[in-house]
Write a protein that binds this ligand. Structure first.
Ligand SMILES: C[S@@+](CC[C@H](N)C(=O)[O-])C[C@H]1O[C@@H](n2cnc3c(N)ncnc32)[C@H](O)[C@@H]1O
Length: 472
């Protein structure tokens, strides 16, 4: 059984008025105060629709400062509940759909999107969260009653969710983890990794990722201080941590930064950078920039996004690390001299981070992957232009899709006779040799190291690809 959110007695909060009426999402003059806990369910229903129907990123919606107005208006406890509902509703979307189908006498009307989201929000609480079933059912019925399009389905919602509650022990069993991958993604994963590995990857997606930290020095010491384990690459992993990272020892002193162990690997492929001119060409928010500086490089960090660059600067300031920073497009970057080492951590579909961002399968698609692959190929061509003869370039991203990784590098190597692969040797990644391909590239997937569900203290990695190249 996957992790459940903390139990709430009644699934309630003293809900504030949640609508300014501007988006008309709380209809009929309704105030969430009228029914404790209803505001959270209405917001969860609305946000699930925004993610699944309008393909809006969950991070942007679920932000206490800049998120959806309905979410921001909720009190902290209800915000936590909405987050738990949304993340579980997405993580287990296939299992939830199957369970609901088993409780429906006939298929839902095709134009009843709001009804579908109300059922999913109710079912998520019954099947996967520690909310009393009676509160989940009653509040789903109440949510239907305040929406003029869904009101006529209130009786049906009541019957379906009550049946779900009675039969939940059988219905919440995940039949195959792959049922929780939308078809487009499952097809691409099976084509790349085969059905068995896809099932293992899908299973790893069902458990949130642990908290990983990159430390400036002394991983074993920090693992001891923070109650974690030091992984073979030096990442400190805190198996179960629930709270603000800012409260952890060493944060204020700038001793570490949050970074998945797999995300730490591409920059580690450069080894010692002392005395080297280094460019980090897609740098923000700067996790890998910090590693390159800590490895001794004189780093120029470039990113096209000024806001993200502000975050990079703030992150480096906290860590007391220094880099030259440039806001701009790689294509327009004309440095005085070429670089000895270049990291291109290109924008991608982020399918390697589904454990952290279960909305990704619903906000991305095959068409977007093809578009991103075009961007990556173009940026890699630009990055090569900035590399000194003999210099090393690492191309990386957090996609699981070979179209955004292996295929991009293969095409470059076919096109350019002056660029060769500089294969990573097993001895360079002691204890993590499993992450190397026969060609000497890095390829991690979430099921590696056991997968978080099987080995919470050491399991699971984000999906990453990295190839090390050299200019001859
Ligand atoms: C995957 S993120 C980089 C993450 C970063 N390397 C880290 O570890 O924190 C990709 C970045 O590429 C930047 N980017 C996209 N297109 C770019 C371009 N043409 N020139 C420069 N930066 C670009 C985006 O703004 C984004 O910050």
């Amino acid at each position: 059984m996957p992790g459940k959110a903390p139990r709430r007695d009644d699934g309630v909060g003293n809900g504030p008025r949640i609508s300014d009426g501007a988006d008309g999402f709380v209809p009929d003059g309704y105030a969430a105060n009228d029914r404790p806990g209803l505001g959270a369910r209405l917001v969860a229903t609305k946000l699930l629709s925004a993610i699944v129907d309008a393909r809006t990123s969950a991070d942007g919606l679920l932000d206490a400062a800049g998120g959806h107005p309905g979410f921001r208006a909720l009190e902290g406890r209800d915000q936590g509940l909405v987050k738990a509902i949304i993340l579980s509703a997405l993580r287990f979307r296939g299992t939830i759909s199957r369970a609901l189908d088993a409780c429906l006498d006939r298929p839902l009307p095709p134009n009843a999107a709001a009804l579908k989201h109300i059922l999913h929000v109710g079912a998520t609480q019954i099947l996967f969260l520690d909310v009393p079933d009676s509160a989940a059912v009653d509040l789903a019925v109440a949510a239907a009653n305040v929406d003029s399009r869904s009101r006529r389905f209130a009786g049906m919602i009541n019957a379906v969710l009550r049946r779900l509650s009675r039969e939940k022990d059988a219905l919440r069993e995940v039949a195959t983890a792959t049922e929780n991958m939308p078809d487009w993604l499952a097809a691409r994963m099976v084509a790349a990794y085969g059905p068995e590995r896809t099932e293992a990857i899908a299973r790893a997606h069902l458990t949130p990722a642990p908290l990983d930290l990159t430390v400036k020095r002394d991983p074993a010491g920090w693992a001891g201080k923070l109650g974690g384990v030091a992984l073979p690459n030096g990442t400190v992993r805190l198996g179960s941590f629930d709270g603000p990272v800012t409260a952890l020892e060493g944060f204020a002193e700038g001793e570490w930064w949050v970074q998945d162990a797999a995300a730490a690997l591409p920059a580690q492929l450069f080894g010692d950078l002392t005395g080297k001119r280094v460019a980090d060409l897609c740098a923000a928010p700067g996790g890998k920039t910090a590693q390159l500086i800590a490895a001794g490089g004189a780093v120029t960090a470039l990113d096209i996004n000024a806001n993200r660059m502000k975050r990079l600067k703030a992150n480096l300031a906290r860590l007391s690390l220094e880099a030259e920073t440039v806001v701009g497009d790689i294509a327009a970057f004309e440095p005085a001299e070429p670089f000895d080492a270049i990291l291109l951590d290109a924008p991608c579909s982020s399918t390697g981070t589904i454990r952290r961002h279960p909305d990704v399968p619903y906000t991305k698609d095959a068409e977007e992957i093809a578009k991103l692959a075009g961007v990556q190929a173009r940026l890699l061509g630009e990055a090569v232009r900035l590399l000194a003869p003999g210099g090393r370039l690492v191309f990386s991203n957090c996609s699981l899709d070979p179209a955004e990784g292996e295929a991009i590098v293969a095409a470059l190597l076919t096109d350019r006779s002056d660029i060769v692969r500089d294969p990573v040797q097993p001895g360079e990644l002691p204890g993590m040799e499993f992450a190397l391909t026969p060609e000497g590239d890095l390829r991690t997937t979430p099921d590696m190291m056991g997968g978080a569900a099987d080995a919470p203290a050491t399991g699971g990695l984000d999906g990453f690809y990295a190839a090390r190249l050299k200019r001859i």
